[in-house]
Design a protein around this ligand. Sequence first.
Ligand SMILES: Nc1ncnc2c1ncn2[C@@H]1O[C@H](COP(=O)(O)OP(=O)(O)O)[C@@H](O)[C@H]1O
Ligand SMILES: [Mg+2]
Length: 360
Amino acid sequence: MEKYIGIMVGTVVFNGIKKGKTYYENLSFYEEAGEQYNLIPCYFRFKDIEPGVDTIMAYVLSEEGTYILTPIPKPPIIHNRTFTGKVSAKKKMRKLKEEGIVFFNEKNRYKKIRINNILRMNKKLVPHIPETVKAGKGNLQMMMDKYDELIIKPNSGSLGLGIAKLSRLSDQEWEFSYRRQKEMVKERFSTTWPFFLLKLIANPRTIIQKRIPLAKSKGGVFDLRVSVQKNDSGEWQVSGVVGKVAKKDWYLTNVARGGSCYSLPELLQDLPHLKEDQVFEDIKRLSLNVALQLEKELPKMADLGLDIGLTNEGFPMFIECNGRDLRVTFRNADMQEEWKKTHSTPIGYASFLYEKRGSS
Ligand SMILES: Nc1ncnc2c1ncn2[C@@H]1O[C@H](COP(=O)(O)OP(=O)(O)O)[C@@H](O)[C@H]1O
Ligand SMILES: [Mg+2]
């Protein structure tokens, strides 16, 4: 019997399959892993799967090497690569799960403050988690009294949009940096808070976070994207670590905001006082502990993209956790092996889930 592994994608990726243009998904990596694990990847959207219906129409690779929309048995194991958080989707999701279908990474959007609070429950992690509070005048004053640099950002994912920075210049003076349209703006102030700052912190969806003093390399500050995934033994593994460098004199490393990608060894060339093996080990340990801690409160997680900052002393600090890593940072840094691994590891995990099903 054929065993299918469902890859649930968004509309843009789905529509691109026929044209061979699938953006951040590299289907050939899924196919290769499918061969290795004896699973057939099939690709579809959330709207293509219905409770009470045994088959679905999905793209499957044909013998000729082209993708054909084919009716196939509903796959029992599904890797979610799209967002399914909508309220209207909840009921359908519940019904599908009642039928015994397993979605991994079912939920993949979490509020940053919630993630922060879950991580802080673990004492071992606390030194690696920057203090984070909800916005508001009182909280901003408190954070300004406590720290010299702050990041002000939306509580939910933003691709680096709407993220501002506050830096103390002296006892009396602060610098407020943000982006207005395409322009990077820096404003100085002492006692009167700038209008845009007031506007930002009046938004209940804004959070204030201590800024981690990020190490510099290749002309800018950088942080790391760490792919942490469940593997074919059902255990968390680090599939890859890659660096993102901000533009010169800027504080955002997001690739969507012009950040450029490098491997960690490349970045450490500019930091000769740090030992590569040690830094790697520390990043891996923190990342695995973060995944283990999050899993305690947020079940079914299997694929995370962590943003981890590194201080000049090589101390790893947690910045945020993405529930649907686009994985392209690895491609952009020319890290083909790691890029492939981020696609093949979830297929391995699906194989583990299949075996678990069979034996129970
Ligand atoms: N506390 C922080 N300290 C230092 N840099 C930060 C901090 N928070 C955010 N940044 C910078 O801004 C970028 C985007 O912030 P992040 O929390 O990852 O939000 P997004 O969901 O927009 O990616 C980070 O990759 C990092 O470069
Ligand atoms: Mg980020």
